[in-house]
Design a protein. Structure first.
Length: 214
């Protein structure tokens, strides 16, 4: 599985801590972690939580990523922005219990975490425990087990509902403020990761045009 990490500007100083915790868990399980930034508070490409959501939509809908780990100060802004995108089902995850229940009940494709609230001693251990609950074993099995069937049915209903209420990602890309879009894909390593992994040719082509506009 390809896991994308996205960090917004207010929490960029913690980028290395988050990245190290994620790779320590995900890579031994056979997953690839692609860090799309921010990397430091001094990065030229600065990501807001709104850009986090837009970038999450681009990566998941293009097939460049299978799962996105993002967040902000409270996690709420990034979650809301991500869930505004078609095909994105993002949960607010604070602790390992949240991660387990989100994985088993909702089986979404993105999480947003709070990196300012409660980020104290041993924060990296909480991050690692969260990632283990997300990426170890099979997700979507339901909890409690006897409700697995209804939970799976509800996930399908929600997916169908979102398909009706949201425009497709290419339409979003063409309609969104182009300066906002350009800023969201301006990260130092975006092109390296995105164009090596994205599968949707129309989204690839459109983003290539945005990146090519400088």
């Amino acid at each position: 599985m390809k896991i994308a990490l996205i960090i917004e500007n207010s929490q960029a100083a913690k980028s290395q801590i988050v990245h190290d915790a994620l790779t320590a868990v995900a890579e031994p399980l056979g997953h690839d972690v692609h860090h799309y930034g921010m990397y430091t508070p001094e990065d030229k490409a600065s990501l807001t939580y709104v850009m986090n959501g837009l970038l999450t939509g681009i990566l998941l809908n293009s097939g460049a990523a299978d799962f996105v780990v993002t967040g902000c100060g409270t996690g709420t802004g990034s979650m809301l922005a991500a869930n505004a995108m078609p095909g994105v089902f993002c949960g607010l995850v604070i602790d390992p219990t949240d991660a387990f229940l989100f994985g088993q009940i909702n089986d979404g494709n993105a999480i947003a975490m709070p990196y300012a609230k409660g980020f104290g001693w041993a924060a990296e251990l909480n991050l690692q425990d969260v990632y283990r609950k997300l990426f170890e074993g099979e997700r979507g099995l339901g909890y409690p087990k006897e409700r697995a069937e209804i939970m799976a049915r509800n996930r399908g209903i929600l997916k169908d509902l979102k398909a009706v209420t949201c425009k497709d990602m290419l339409t979003v890309l063409k309609s969104v403020d182009q300066d906002l879009l350009k800023a969201a894909v301006a990260g130092e390593r975006f092109s390296d990761y995105f164009f090596a992994n994205a599968k949707d040719q129309e989204i690839r082509d459109y983003i290539q045009g945005v990146v090519g506009r400088g």
